[in-house]
Design a protein around this ligand. Sequence first.
Ligand code: ADP
Ligand code: MG
Length: 258
Amino acid sequence: MQAQENQQARKSDARDFVLSVEGLTVSFDGFKAVNDLSFYVEEEEIRVIIGPNGAGKTTVLDLICGKTRSTEGSIKFRGKEITKQKEHQIVHGGIGRKFQNPSIYEDLTVYENLEISFPRGRNVFGALFFKRDDEVDAAVRETAETIFLDDQLDSVAGLLSHGQKQWLEIGMLLIQKPELLMLDEPVAGMSVAERKKTAELLNRITKGRAVIVIEHDMQFVEDIAHRVTVMHQGKVLSEGSMERVKNDEKVIEVYLGH
Ligand code: ADP
Ligand code: MG
């Protein structure tokens, strides 16, 4: 009876979280890059994952988006098991992921980059073509405004600054309306001003959406994080508010020892 109740509780918990990661492990030739990792991301939360190089942060995103297969454990998106799904199914289900290096179409304009990222296959039944064009155009312009590029729509993407390219790539994900957006070191190589604007951008987009960000820049982390998960050797070392993890002896030790 007790066990049954516990199971019920766990199930309803899983539904309340956007993402539930439990006991996640991946072994590369015996080396556990991610080792029995559990964490839970709430609705409209910005979660930042920090930790020294090699802690397993990028591998966690690879596992969630289906790029890498786990050895053990479970990943649930809105209570639904996605651990064994293929990458395209996971994307289609509403998880968007940005890699460390921007992958935009350098020869196309900002407008075109956003336009081709608009999800296909919607409104295929009955929608008039001009209606779809209007819908795409509106989405492109709205997204461009969110990513501070509304006055650059006709600029060739290859000529944008490094920071603008990063924003464009975020826009290319946003236009697909992911319910979970994952960003790997989005402000690396950005100026201080660009970092501030990126924080503003992320704080703008959490309506109906959770965001996971991997980042090193502590000022940026403070500006965006609702909660912070500190990883070390594939495990969770500490978790909570920035204030809490910053003052955690275990965290201080790992960072000073580096
Ligand atoms: P982080 O992003 O925290 O710096 P990573 O997740 O990139 O760390 O890497 C964690 C560890 O796993 C590193 O030691 C890395 O070399 C190893 N690793 C990552 N991907 C693979 C892979 N596909 N094959 C073997 N080892 C890997
Ligand atoms: Mg990494």
